[in-house]
Design a protein around this ligand. Sequence first.
Ligand code: ADP
Ligand code: ZN
Length: 731
Amino acid sequence: MASEISTEDAIVSGTVSVLLPLALPRPYDYKVPAGVQVRPGSYVIVPLGPQEVIGVVWGEGTGEVGHNRLRPVTEVLDVPPMPEVLRRFVDWVASYTVSPPGSVLRLAIRAPGALEPPRMRTAYRLGAARPQRMTPARARAVEVAEDGCARTVRELAEEAGVSDGVVRGLVDAGALLPVDIPTEAPFPDPNPDMPGVALSPEQAEAASLLRGHVEARRFAAVLLDGVTGSGKTEVYFEAVAAALVQGKQVLILLPEIALTSQFLDRFERRFGCRPAEWHSGLSTRERRRVWRAVAEGRAPVVVGARSALFLPFSDLGLIVVDEEHDAAFKQEDGVAYHARDMAVVRASLGQFPIVLSSATPSLETAVNAEQGRYARVRLEARHGVAELPDVTAIDMRADPPERGRWLSPVLVREIQKALEAGEQSMLFLNRRGYAPLTLCRTCGHRIECPQCSAWLVEHRFRRELVCHHCGYSAPVPKACPSCGAEDALVACGPGVERIAEEVAELFPQARATIVSSDNLRGPAAHEEVFAAIEAREVDIVIGTQIVAKGHHFPWLTVVGVIDADLGLENGDLRAGERTFQLLQQVAGRAGRAERPGRVFLQSFMPEHGVMRALVSGRRDEFLAREAAARERVGLPPFGRLVGVVVSAPDAALAQKVAREMSRRVPRTEDVSVLGPAPAPLALLRGRTRLRFLVKAGRNVNIQSFVRAWLEDMKIPNAVRVSVDVDPYSFM
Ligand code: ADP
Ligand code: ZN
């Protein structure tokens, strides 16, 4: 087992404090029964009221409650203790996010059944004795077993080509000896010494810098900054190999939707086997297997979505965050944390390097690199002959589509050309469904969700109006729900379904497909459609952001962005940055192989800074301008923000609590509290929401301020107060 028990984790006797995976303010004390051995990090079962709960020993007892009044630990579980570094990480994240430590602990033990003893099965290996009676069948079985491996009766029988009875006979004769082995298959060891692809000089240089950081076995944050298609994955695989050579575990974090079998196949080509995976689609059994293997040091590499950060690695030595700019790393519900930022903390606590990889780094990371806190490794060229695509903005005022259509004539011509050349096109619109708004022509009524302040989105294939916030759905009505006029409802604006309809009319011969979360349920459906695109069974892809990430389609040459202005509409502080990142990623899908790519941005404001940066390719200039603008007004990363949302099923109650909170704002010069104001989504799932925004300078401990503010507030049960440090969503 790789985990070493440090001297700090010596056996604790007398009383222990146990952290429970619940939203409690602190760990609780328990008695350690005589003869029971627990250490800091031990997983234990303890009583809590009438229940039994699993918790983790956090340290010695505090002594606050008299020993004779403490209840004893019920049981110590047979699991490697939670490493000290993970316990410190849990405390760190709790403190940073202003969450109860138990809520963070829950993230670390969220693998049902993983803490139970592993189920065993009986296997057999060859002993020293040979049976007195030898038959040809028995001889074959003995021959197979001579390699010393333990096999179940079935496995041995199958491999030797004999019946189960023959194997049982050998067991009865004492020639095969029983051993208990875990039912769960182990993870194979990735082989760091397999030959990778031949790296270009630029790539080799970058890889050697990354290797150097891994070999130094110290904390360092490194931005791997390379244009789309420059081979960042191949390069950071070399850092992974270096960590494996040291016998360390590696975590590769990806945005969930980038975690495809395309990626896993690439990993397998480089390292000879697939890594362990961690994401929301795993079965309970798989979760248990991965969690256990990670804890026992038997899973050398984990590729996972953000929650993989809380796995109990016994000896982690490298984290890679791919697409580090991606907003999917921000968890919004429950403990609101940013997995990229917390991954940097995890690496620093563990004293090992972290690689942040992106073609469009977040402003936070870019500024850290600019100011020297992070190292930067650049890749300037696309791999091989591939060139970066040519980006053109189409001025929709000068070159508008026909009435009732959404594709401008320029874009239509380009798609036509691609079709004739046997190449693929992709139309990108980050809007699911058919139309984002349904309006009554007679009275002007707009159909809204009854539980949210949001319009219902028409999904024509399903013949329903759907709320994208809460999932509410209803059939499309015949008459206006407000004035009763018949056949007066009109669909306004396009979603991907509507674009697909237009494509079918314009190019009836072309094979078109929609790629959006509504059309693809589950990972298998994703794999299927991406495989079809790769195999050129599709001519025109119409997709939401699912298609923006990571995919490599060599025949895709034309990318059309239907509404490049879309992300700029909600004017939050990152609107420009995020629009740039998303569209740059989408653009990066074009021309990734021999055939040059062409990208067309349909925009009503082609003179906007974001469009100009995309067309000119001057990313760093754009980031510098964004940074300067934020610095002027003290917004992140030059200042700190915390969002606080108060919500309740009853509007008056939410307002009452918010007013009370407002009265209790501690007075200091360094921090200002804006609000309460109705949130942009003032109603969500039937709850009224009010928002505060706490704003402070970079050097202010904004968390202590928020804790002091909220500490003594009595919050009625029906009211929720959620705290979001470094908010990304301002809805
Ligand atoms: P990025 O992550 O920077 O977008 P990738 O690592 O996905 O780039 O590389 C783009 C494509 O080029 C992939 O198909 C990859 O396998 C290929 N590639 C990159 N570098 C090399 C190389 N040195 N030799 C062969 N293929 C390469
Ligand atoms: Zn709703």
